[in-house]
Design a protein around this ligand. Sequence first.
Ligand code: LLP
Length: 444
Amino acid sequence: MFLHGTSRINDANHLEIGGCDVTELKAEYGTPLYIVDEQLVRRRCREYMEAFTASGLGFQVAYASKAFSVMAMCRLADEEGLSLDVVSDGELYTALQAGFPAERIHFHGNNKTPDEIEMAIDAGIGCFVADNLVELHMLQAIALRKEVTVNILLRVTPGVEAHAHHAYASTGQTDSKFGFDIGNGAAQEAVKLASAQSNLQLLGVHSHIGSQIFETEGFELAVERIAEFTRKVKEELGVEFPVVNLGGGFGIRYVEGDTPLQVSEYVAAITGAVKKHFTGISEKLPQIWVEPGRSIVGDAGTTLYTVGTNKEIPGVRKYVAVDGGMTDNPRPALYESKYEALLANRAAEPNEETVSIAGKCCESGDMLIWDVELPKVESGDLLAVACTGAYNYSMASNYNRIRRPAVVFVQNGQSDLVVRRESHQDIIANDIIPARIAKQTVAK
Ligand code: LLP
């Protein structure tokens, strides 16, 4: 397994993250356990902030909280000076409860409800990213009733099909549930409508072309298309865009063979393309906003499991089962995502066998890794799966009524619990047995 950030093998041949020996983390918190390398998260935040500062452009780096939305992470993003992208009342609530400054929160989503819009306006968020005509009318009506002006960006699809890791993660093409298409004229109509609304302040446009992208070409093409659109809108409608938001999607290394760029390379490509294509359109270059999620938290996360049973099918394969699975990491089942693993309590031992890592759900699709080389694995061993910081805890479920794991932040030899493990009580907390079918003591 590739060692990311502060991960290393210590003298006891144990995996250590943030100066914490994972066997001690297991003893203290149990497994499965999400371990977040705080220093690496901060480093990623700073890489974005420093690269944009170096570009000389105005900017905001909004952490896409869908990747990992918990209060401690919102605090950390705030401390590092990032803004925040939320897509639901739940993510908004999490951010507000964590004390994240509302004016740096951007609200996304293709189906914001009236209640969500009201909640966000009442909280005083910085900006809505408006996705469709129905929403534009709703935003105007609610803002008018509340006698406020709300900032909006219009989400547009620039017709760019980025090389995302899975078709479900491509969003910049014309046939997408998100946004107004530039190519078919819908985006220009939306600009006309939005700029005519008394209670909407149109700041500019937003595009997100996909996720887990390893090249800069898609981003550069999106910038070029948006610049052409900006020029046209200025000429034909007299509307200017002080802000251009280019979304997220910057790739990370999950397994050998993945070839992401450095954060600074993505940022240099984007800011370079902005300078090239936007110069001369308006007096000032637009502010550039981005929304990285995965590339902030992805490689900082490791999931620690305890190995339980195994099953060897002679001539076929050996299954090794761990105490989690698709409930804490649904990505292999959903997207056929690949991961690397390490036997974390005997990390320096040579690999001896090829095994496949199964989860504990009652479903054959619940596999975490097919065919991974490991030392001889025994029950009770600890297995670490790397790069689980993004879209793992945030996509975890209680399928089979399995309790969601705890999350710890580790740094400088210290571990801090940031999400406690769910209890059995949590599992039934929302259940109600109607009196009609409640267990009765039947008189015989
Ligand atoms: N901005 C918008 C509007 C987005 O839709 C997304 C991700 C992001 C930013 C952040 O993208 P990132 O930098 O994290 O790639 N569950 C999938 C990923 C879905 C991404 C959805 N939108 C996965 O596990 O790969």
